[in-house]
Design a binder for this molecule. Structure first.
Ligand code: G3I
Length: 490
C-alpha cells in the first residue's frame, strides 16, 4: 500500500524529469512491481490553466504549423479524415472527430488562451464549454500552433477529458493513436482482451508475416490474419499490416530462390496480393522490416551493413525500392512504412536508416513513415531521449511521419520499475512533442505473453524481462502510470 501511495505521489506531483532520481532509490525487482496505475490518472486528467502540454511546446518550436491536425482520430472504429494547415489557421477538418466534438475530446480548462485562430469543428464543443479556453481537438493556439488543432504556444493547457481512463482516451488528448501488438491465440482470455481495449491501434504480432500468409507458393491463407483484422475493426482499433518483406518468419520456398527475376516477382506478388486483399480494411503497412543487419554482425561497431537476407543477397539494396513501389501500386492511399530496431537514437544504425529513407525520398520512392521499434535494453541500446528527439526531428524534416512501433524496455539489467516508467514517459513525451510522430505502439500488453520471455539474445539472469505495461497477472505497473501521465501532459 505504501509503495502504491508513494508511486502515485511520484507520478502525480513531481515533474517527470525528477523521476530520474528514482534511479538512486533501492531498486525493486522489475517483475515484482505492480501498481494500480490507472487510479492515479482519474480526477486530475484535466490540466489547469498555465500548465503546459508538450504538444503545445512543440507547436511553437515548429513555427506555427498545425501539428497533427490531420492525424486521424479513431473512435469506435471510425477514422476521421484529417487535414492540415500552416501558419496557425485552423485545419478545416483537422482534429475533427466522427462524432463532431465528442465529449472525450471536448472541454477546456480555465486559463487557456485562444488567440491563434477559430476552433475547427472538432473543437467547438470544447471551446463552448471552456469559455475562452482551447479545445484540444480544435482550438487554435496562441502563435497558431496546435496539436490536433489544440494546444498552443507558450503554455497552453492540455485539454483532456476528466473521463480519460484508458490509454487510448489519453492519447486522444494529443491526437496520437495508442497501439499494441495482438496475438490472436490469446483472444479467448478475457483479461487479455480487457487490456487490448485500452488501445485504438493494432499490429498483428505474427499473423500477417509471410509464413502465415503464404506458407506455400501461391497458397495464400488469411485465416489467422483475418481473425486479427476482424477483432481490431470490431473493437475500434485501426489495424496496421505487419510485415510484408522480412528475413524472419519467411518460408524456405522463398529463402531458397536464387534467381533475381523470380525473387523480385515473388516479392512484388506477395506485396500486391496481400495489400489488395486488405485494401478496404488496412491502410498502413510495414512494407520492409529490418533491412539492416543486426549490429552484432557488422564488420565493426560503426559500419552498418545491409542484412544478408535472401532479398539483399539476390536483389541488392534495390529490393527496398521495389517493395515500396509495389506497395504503392497496390494501394495508392495506404501509408507505407519502413520499420527497424536499434534505430531510435543517434547511433550508426539510425544513421543508416536515415540515409536510406532520405535517399528514397530524394529519388521519389514512395515512403510515408519510419517505424522506430523501440525495443530497449541490452543487447539493444537505451538511447538518451535527447537523441531520440533529434532522430525523430531529422526524419520529420524529410517530410516523413514517425511511429514508435513496437515499444518495450526490459529490466534484465536490474532497472527499477520507476526508472523504467521514466524511460517510457520520456519517449512518449518525445512523441507528443514531435508533430510528425503519429502513434505509439507497445509490443504487447501483459508481461505474461511478451516475446522478451523467449528472446534467445536476452540474458535475464533467471528473472523476468518485464518490459510491458501490465504484469503477468494483468495488474498495471508503474510503467503504465508513466505512459498515462505522459499522455495526459503530467
Ligand atoms: O507458431 C509456432 C507454433 O506452431 C510452435 O509450436 C511454436 C514453438 O516454438 O512456435 C510458434 O512460432 C513462434 C511465433 O513467435 C508465434 O508464437 C516462433 O517460434 C517465434 O519465433 C515467434 O516469435 C516472434 C518473433 O517476432 C519472430 O522473430 C514473436 O512472437 C514476435 O513478437 C516477434 O516480433 C518481432 C517483430 O515482428 C519485428 N520486430 C522485432 C519483434 C521482436 O522480435
Amino acid at each position: 500500500m505504501l509503495a502504491a501511495m508513494s508511486t502515485r505521489r511520484v507520478f502525480g506531483t513531481m515533474h517527470w524529469l525528477t523521476l530520474g532520481a528514482a534511479l538512486l532509490a533501492p531498486a525493486a525487482a522489475c517483475e515484482s512491481a505492480s501498481d494500480d496505475g490507472g487510479s492515479s490518472t482519474g480526477g486530475s486528467a484535466f490540466a489547469t490553466g498555465g500548465s503546459t502540454h508538450p504538444a503545445g511546446q512543440s507547436g511553437s518550436a515548429t513555427g506555427g504549423q498545425i501539428a497533427t491536425g490531420g492525424a486521424p482520430i479513431t473512435q469506435g472504429g471510425v477514422s476521421a479524415a484529417g487535414g492540415s494547415a500552416t501558419g496557425g489557421a485552423p485545419a478545416p477538418t483537422g482534429g475533427q472527430t466522427p462524432t463532431g466534438g465528442a465529449v472525450s475530446n471536448a472541454g477546456a480548462p480555465s486559463g487557456g488562451s485562444a488567440t491563434g485562430g477559430a476552433p475547427v469543428q472538432g473543437g467547438s464543443a470544447g471551446a463552448a464549454s471552456g469559455g475562452g479556453g482551447q479545445a484540444n481537438n480544435g482550438g487554435g493556439g496562441g502563435g497558431g500552433q496546435a496539436n490536433n488543432g489544440g494546444g498552443g504556444a507558450g503554455g497552453s493547457p492540455l485539454m483532456c477529458p476528466p473521463t480519460a481512463k484508458t490509454l487510448k482516451e489519453a492519447g486522444e488528448c494529443s491526437g496520437r493513436l495508442i497501439g499494441t501488438a495482438i496475438a490472436t491465440s490469446h483472444l479467448n482470455e478475457a483479461a487479455y482482451v480487457e487490456t487490448l481495449r485500452e488501445h485504438n491501434y493494432a499490429t498483428a504480432e505474427n499473423e500477417m508475416k509471410w509464413d502465415s500468409l503464404q506458407p506455400n507458393r501461391g497458397g495464400f491463407n488469411y485465416t489467422n490474419a483475418d481473425r486479427f483484422v476482424d477483432f481490431a475493426v470490431q473493437n475500434g482499433m485501426k489495424p496496421k499490416g505487419h510485415t510484408l518483406v522480412w528475413h524472419l518468419q519467411l518460408p524456405s520456398w522463398v529463402s531458397s530462390i536464387n534467381d533475381p527475376t523470380e525473387l523480385r516477382s515473388v516479392m512484388t506478388n506477395h506485396i500486391k496480393t496481400v495489400i489488395g486483399h486488405y485494401k478496404d480494411r488496412i491502410k498502413e503497412w510495414d512494407v520492409v522490416n529490418e533491412a539492416f543487419e543486426n549490429p552484432n554482425n557488422w564488420p565493426d561497431e560503426n559500419t552498418p551493413t545491409y542484412r544478408n537476407s535472401v532479398f539483399y543477397r539476390v536483389l541488392g539494396k534495390s529490393f527496398v525500392d521495389d517493395a515500396f513501389k509495389a506497395a504503392r501500386e497496390a494501394d495508392p492511399e495506404a501509408k507505407l512504412i519502413y520499420n527497424d530496431f536499434r534505430s531510435e537514437g543517434l547511433q550508426p544504425k539510425s544513421d543508416a536508416v536515415y540515409e536510406m529513407v532520405k535517399s528514397m525520398v530524394e529519388r521519389g520512392i514512395p515512403i510515408d513513415a519510419v517505424g522506430l521499434q523501440t525495443h530497449l535494453g541490452t543487447p539493444n541500446s537505451k538511447p538518451p531521449v535527447a537523441d531520440v528527439i533529434a532522430n525523430m526531428q531529422r526524419i520529420a524534416d524529410l517530410g516523413l511521419e514517425v511511429l514508435i512501433s513496437e515499444m518495450d524496455s526490459h529490466c534484465c539489467d536490474g532497472e527499477s520499475p520507476e526508472s523504467q516508467a521514466t524511460r517510457f514517459h520520456e519517449i512518449v513525451t518525445a512523441c507528443l512533442n514531435q508533430p510528425a510522430c503519429k502513434a505509439i505502439t507497445f509490443w504487447g500488453t501483459t508481461d505474461k505473453y511478451s516475446w522478451l520471455n523467449t528472446w534467445d539474445e536476452l540474458d535475464c539472469g533467471g528473472r523476468k524481462p518485464s518490459g510491458l505495461l501490465w504484469d503477468d497477472n494483468y495488474q498495471k505497473k508503474p510503467v503504465y502510470t508513466g505512459v498515462m501521465n505522459a499522455l495526459l501532459g503530467k
